[in-house]
Design a protein around this ligand. Sequence first.
Ligand code: ZN
Length: 104
Amino acid sequence: MKIETLGDAWYHDAKVWMACAYGKREGLKTIRECGFQKTLDLETLICTRGWDFPLAMLATRLRCPHCGSRQIRVVWNFPSLDKRGAAAVGPRGRGYIGARTRWG
Ligand SMILES: [Zn+2]
């Protein structure tokens, strides 16, 4: 079962939240971490982006309202099909875990 679009996530009753990933460093300076987090409303996302919008691209379209950073982590949770809980879906996706071979 592949979940690639907002429509797929909606079908699986997914929960989604964003976290600002703006780090502790700016060049050589140490700065305060932003730490902004927000639960996102999937219905609104579908209204603004459409059913076919890829989940992996969502992080690239978000911006932190506190610090203006575009470094955003998006975390998806699919309670209906994954007991392991939250899964980060980003440009690199979850492929790494799945690509490991059985028994080496
Ligand atoms: Zn921020």
